[in-house]
Write a protein that binds this ligand. Structure first.
Ligand code: ADP
Ligand code: MG
Length: 149
């Protein structure tokens, strides 16, 4: 079921639990654009999401800061991008980002997706994380517009 929602979490575990549940909505071809400052919980959210998609070792989930992308061996392949250190959009051309993001067989998640805004399809989920206090985070999920996958 697609709907917009906003929740508050009080711990990393709560953020992971929410993401694990959210992951059940995802299908091959789904794109998740993660937006939020450093330390807001994007990678923590990814750990829960990857668990929800069947990844057994959530410690395998780290911000792919130096390589830009990780692929996890989940039943539906999961591509995890982190654009924090992106120096130019040209780097995305160089790695074939556009093909990855449109791979109909994979689920694609992008930390710092706002740095590649023009590449993010309208069919993407938008997940915005905001730090409220040391342990509190607001998570806002916007589902793809109706009629889109
Ligand atoms: P990002 O990828 O956005 O830079 P991380 O997930 O790597 O953020 O880091 C978030 C940090 O905030 C972690 O150290 C985590 O333990 C801490 N944290 C504290 N409370 C929460 C919460 N409610 N949800 C997510 N992370 C939290
Ligand atoms: Mg991160």
């Amino acid at each position: 079921m697609s709907k917009n929602r906003r929740i508050l979490t009080q711990s990393p575990q709560e953020t992971m639990d929410f993401a694990r549940e959210f992951a059940q909505e995802l299908r091959p071809g789904s794109v998740v654009a993660l937006i939020g400052d450093l330390g807001s919980g994007k990678t923590t959210f990814m750990k829960g999401l990857a668990r929800g998609l069947g990844l057994e070792d959530e410690n395998a989930v780290k911000s792919p800061t130096y390589v830009i992308m990780h692929i996890y061996p989940t039943p539906i392949p999961l591509y995890h991008f982190d654009l924090y250190r992106l120096e130019s959009v040209g780097e995305l051309d160089a790695i074939g980002f556009e093909e990855f993001i449109h791979d109909p067989k994979a689920i694609v998640c992008i930390e710092w997706a706002d740095r590649a805004a023009k590449w993010i399809p309208k069919t993407a989920y938008n997940v915005r994380l905001t730090s409220i206090s040391e342990k509190k985070r607001e998570i806002e999920v916007k589902s793809p517009a109706k009629g889109l996958k």
